[in-house]
Write a protein that binds this ligand. Structure first.
Ligand code: ADP
Ligand code: AMP
Length: 219
């Protein structure tokens, strides 16, 4: 089961990816999580990555492609994986096609900019695990603490108001063309493509995705 989640920042991809990992026993591979964990290191590369993420720009294709190639070779990917936030450019999509990674299903998350902003403004994360919270829609049990480790939650540096706008711009510039590309090529490559309305509750979206997987991916 190889699934891709595509959508603008804050549309709820990571939140849905969390239960998929548990239910279908496949890893969630989020390039955002991998890159954020890189920034915790003290290397030259990690400093560069931190700066680019913080500007709201996309990281160079070659760097993320290399990361993904390495990650999907790991043993836990034998039964499949869920790519969350990769690919984000046509170049990145071509790179996985070149190494013959066969994708079963793409799910596109669609949400208005107004709701995206509302969600991102309240987002809090546990950086090491990638667990995602929202101060209103999905608050932690103890205020500002991760439910599992009890460690403090953070506001992502790139979730600040002025950076969100830049990230949405990058999405329009690089990822909308990717969506067009997939809409055009999915059928030819036998990939199922679904666009979902991400304005519903987390539970409603979960049911929708469960049905898509049950009826179209697992059958
Ligand atoms: P993405 O991975 O697409 O950037 P997230 O999964 O991190 O998005 O979700 C962004 C924010 O919105 C988080 O704070 C999350 O808790 C919250 N959220 C996710 N899905 C929903 C939903 N269906 N309704 C309300 N809030 C949501
Ligand atoms: P995310 O956690 O998916 O919102 O990603 C956070 C940031 O990480 C993005 O704004 C980019 O700077 C970087 N990033 C994540 N995934 C990719 C990708 N596939 N290509 C380029 N940059 C990425």
């Amino acid at each position: 089961m190889r699934i891709i989640f595509i959508g603008a920042p804050g549309t709820g991809k990571g939140t849905q990816a969390q239960w998929i990992t548990d239910k279908y026993n496949i890893p969630k591979i989020s390039t955002g999580d991998i890159l954020r964990n890189e920034t915790l290191k003290k290397t030259e590369l990690s400093k560069k990555i931190k700066k680019i993420i913080s500007c709201g720009k996309l990281i160079n294709d070659n760097i993320v492609i290399q990361l993904i190639r390495k990650r999907i070779k790991e043993k836990d990917c034998n039964q499949g994986f869920l790519l969350d936030g990769f690919p984000r450019t046509v170049n990145q999509a071509n790179a996985i096609e070149k190494i013959n990674v066969k994708i079963d299903c793409i799910i596109e998350f669609s949400l208005t900019e107004k709701l995206i902003l509302e969600r991102i403004r309240g987002r809090r994360i546990h950086i090491e695990s990638g667990r995602i919270y929202h101060i209103i829609f999905n608050p932690p049990i103890v205020e500002n603490k991760d439910n599992i480790t009890g460690q403090p939650l953070i506001i992502r540096d790139d979730d600040k108001e002025e950076k969100i706008k830049k990230r949405i711009k990058e999405y329009k510039k690089f990822t909308i063309p990717l969506i067009k590309y997939y809409r055009h090529t999915a059928k030819l490559n036998n990939i199922k493509y679904y666009k979902i309305d991400a304005s519903y509750t987390t539970l409603e979206i979960k049911k929708n995705i469960e049905n898509i997987i049950k009826n179209n991916v697992l059958k």
